[in-house]
Write a protein that binds this ligand. Structure first.
Ligand SMILES: [Zn+2]
Length: 231
């Protein structure tokens, strides 16, 4: 069910699901009833009780949505809340889960980010961290989940040049010697630039059979990065 799961602060958990949790995305070819049943199974395993993970309609944009209560998912690539459980779906893109301590003992500030190639180039990480601070976050920590690594993510040479001109840390070469991008390295650099501590960084999806990888199988599902407060 969970590739990785930890109570990262008292009463706050972060997790990344695996292929046993199944495909969690409605936008790939899959039965919607099956997807909703899997999301419910995941919520039960996380101990959410009557609460639900808020998913979003991810479009490789730069919008950050603040979620005050569960509802129809926003069209966005990052979400921030003051406790509402959040979920980000990926299958090679970088899932980032963040927890910010509330200033003056206020409620913690939670966030998830979908950092694919366009999101890394546009620095959606920065937009999400700014929103967290606007919502009262002091010290922020991040958990960077499994994604395609810099030795596997082959791209055309011009694309590597374009993205690396914006985020130099992404410049990479595949293990077979062709131009590549290292998205997780770019995300970690963007987090560090905002004084966010990276507490975990995950494995390569393409090289890990129990994680969904679009690059390994284009008829694939999506796993999720998750953050929730305990009841
Ligand atoms: Zn790899």
């Amino acid at each position: 069910m969970f590739w990785w799961r930890q109570e990262v602060r008292p009463g706050i958990s972060v997790a990344f699901s695996d292929d046993d949790a199944g495909n969690l995305a409605l936008h790939v070819a899959d039965d919607p009833d099956d997807v909703m049943a899997r999301r419910a199974r995941l919520e039960a395993a996380a101990g959410l009780g009557e609460r639900h993970f808020q998913f979003m309609n991810q479009v490789h944009g730069k919008a950050v949505a603040f979620i005050s209560e569960f509802g129809d998912g926003p069209t966005a690539d990052a979400m921030v809340s003051k406790g509402q459980p959040l979920a980000v779906m990926v299958a090679d893109c970088v899932p980032v889960v963040l927890v910010g301590e509330g200033r003056d003992d206020a409620d913690p500030v939670l966030a998830v980010i979908h950092a694919g190639r366009p999101g890394v180039a546009a620095d959606i990480v920065s937009a999400a961290v700014v929103e967290m601070r606007n919502r009262g976050a002091a010290a922020i920590s991040a958990w960077v989940g499994p994604s395609i690594c810099g030795e596997c993510y082959e791209v055309p040479e011009q694309l590597r040049a374009d993205v690396a001109s914006a985020v130099p840390e992404t410049w990479s070469t595949t293990s077979w010697g062709t131009p590549a991008l290292d998205l997780p390295a770019g995300v970690r650099a963007q987090l560090r630039a905002h004084d966010v501590a990276v507490e975990y960084s995950g494995e390569c999806t393409r090289e890990t059979p129990s994680l969904y990888s679009y690059r390994r199988n284009q008829r694939t599902g999506r796993f999720a990065g998750l953050v929730w407060t305990h009841e």
